[in-house]
Design a protein around this ligand. Structure first.
Ligand code: PEP
Ligand code: MG
Length: 512
């Protein structure tokens, strides 16, 4: 009783602080407009108010800083405990399939770690970052299954065939028997012998370099076994999506060291952080709320507005350059100045590492730009003054050229990286890079699309980076192709006015 009486004034003060409109209003703003998580908003608002207290003349009021810190610590503690039970509730059990409208890449990454075995999305498209990540994780995923949520309930049995692109709700005994038969056949398949890492050769002896888009340790091993010459696109977002705090330099370096050692001397192209649009949710970053996030502060735009985050990543990459050949690639470049600005940061980071005696290369590794914004493609000559190499990101280039959101299943009929407008741009960029004598690759999903490969070879692409599992089929297509013959069709390809014409041309190209 006595203790309670003594504690009461403190508790009253704490309750008063919690009710303070300044605190609550700021918190609500951070969460609603700034898209902060509750915990991050509490910390940001606490720091903001503590600054205000510190500037006060009255010593008594200045001391209220401690009360504020205590109250917020208690709320954070309660949040964390509640968060844990929430996490448990969300935890997927082994063998569960997630049915959701549009799961984010961050959700998929964490659910896959907990044993999720498949995803059925009622929205989305195969070109979304979530779908790309699902393929990396070997997580079967179907997109745009419109009535999934009405047909299925929690705990229902669902059979999902990611390769065939279909699902069976409430499967019958016969369906399950067929599945088991398929599983046995898969398990009994002879292991393919590792393919040596070498370029594929066309029938007329042109070399085509095949690289992998890979970031998970298993994927890197798979890429090596399937003959990838290295990693052509290492997306660094995964490390950020998996946790609510930003990864520090050491954590990033440890991940990159794993990559470089697994590559055993083969080259890697490391892309700096490409958060924003559909990849922002679930990270420790407070991303601004934007009406058009695909046209907003993402990729290098975000990096240059948050130099501390960029520099932490650059330092880790520069240190990893001691372990094998690597290049640094910038996403969402629009103008050459962005490359120059990152180069200046990288040069300063390198000087800092040298000054601190941290092992780092003597000079900067090659710094390149993704070509995924139409202005970058059309202005490629200017970009080539600043970039040491280029990588065409056809996934985003297609969405910006066609003004069709890559995540929107309803626009799947319009969104097509094989659209003639896109092929003309790819041809333009490819010939500009060749004239400038700078390396160019393509690393969007089209690079691993065997039906589109003849088009890419015809426009002059000689370096492809794709999902590891697609390497064998791509190699087979390259080996049966004849570049000179394909090139002969280039004028017709560049004149094509519709996708139907491209399809007709592809039929001609595929004739032996
Ligand atoms: C692309 O846009 O084609 C690309 C490779 O980048 P991401 O898919 O990560 O946006
Ligand atoms: Mg992209």
């Amino acid at each position: 009783g006595a203790l309670a009486r003594e504690a009461q004034p403190f508790l009253d003060t704490h309750a008063l602080i919690l009710d303070d409109p300044e605190l609550r209003g700021g918190l609500i703003d951070l969460i609603r407009k700034g898209r902060y998580r509750a915990g991050a908003a509490l910390v940001a608002q606490r720091d903001r108010l503590i600054e205000v207290f510190r500037r006060m003349d009255d010593a008594y009021l200045r001391a209220r800083e401690d009360d504020l810190a205590q109250v917020i610590a208690r709320v954070l503690d309660a949040l964390e405990h509640d968060g844990r039970s929430e996490e448990r509730r969300m935890a997927a059990r082994l063998g569960e399939i997630l049915v959701a409208e549009n799961p984010s890449p961050a959700e998929l990454a964490s659910l896959a770690e907990r044993g999720l075995c498949g995803v059925m999305a009622t929205g989305g498209s195969a070109y979304s970052h979530a779908a790309i990540l699902a393929r990396s994780l070997h997580l079967p995923m179907l997109c745009s299954v419109q009535d999934a949520e009405t047909v299925l309930g929690d705990g229902d049995l669902l059979l999902l065939d990611g390769e065939g692109g279909f699902a069976i709700a409430h499967p019958a005994a016969q369906d399950l028997a067929t599945l088991r038969q398929w599983q046995r056949a898969q398990a009994a398949r002879p292991r393919v012998a590792p393919v040596p890492a070498a370029p594929a050769r066309t029938r007329d002896h042109e070399q085509v370099a095949l690289y992998a888009n890979a970031e998970l340790p298993g994927e890197i091993a798979e890429a090596r076994a399937l003959g990838a010459m290295g990693v052509g696109l290492y997306r660094t977002e995964l490390l950020y999506l998996r946790q609510s705090a930003l990864p520090g330099e050491e954590e990033q370096y440890a991940a990159l060291r794993g990559l470089m050692l697994a590559l055993d001397g083969a080259p890697a192209t490391l892309r700096t952080l490409d958060l924003g649009a559909d990849k922002a949710i679930g990270t420790g970053l407070a991303m601004p709320t934007e009406a058009n996030p695909a046209l907003g502060v993402r990729g290098v735009r975000h990096a240059l507005r948050h130099p501390a985050i960029l520099r932490t990543q650059l330092r880790a990459m520069l240190r990893a350059a001691q372990l094998g050949p690597l290049r640094i690639l910038l996403p969402m470049v629009t103008v050459a100045e962005e490359i120059a600005a990152v180069r200046a940061h990288a040069a300063e980071c390198l000087a800092e590492l040298h000054a601190a005696g941290v092992p780092a290369p003597a000079t900067l590794p090659p710094l390149g730009a993704m070509v995924e914004v139409p202005a970058a493609a059309l202005g490629v000559r200017t970009l080539l003054h600043e970039a040491d190499f280029l990588a065409i990101g056809s996934n985003d280039l297609a969405q910006y050229v066609l003004a069709a959101d890559r995540n929107l299943g309803t626009l799947a009929g319009l969104y097509d990286p094989r659209h003639p407008a896109l092929l003309r741009l790819i041809a333009f960029v490819t010939s500009a890079a060749r004239r400038a004598g700078k390396p160019l690759s393509i690393c969007g999903e089209i690079a691993g699309d065997v039906t589109a490969l003849p088009l890419l070879l015809a426009v002059g692409i000689r370096e492809l980076s794709m999902l590891p599992a697609r390497l064998p089929a791509a190699r087979a297509v390259v080996e049966t192709a004849h570049c000179a013959q394909l090139r002969a069709h280039l004028p017709r390809l560049l004149r094509a006015g519709s996708r139907a014409e491209i399809e007709a041309l592809l039929c001609t190209l595929q004739q032996p």
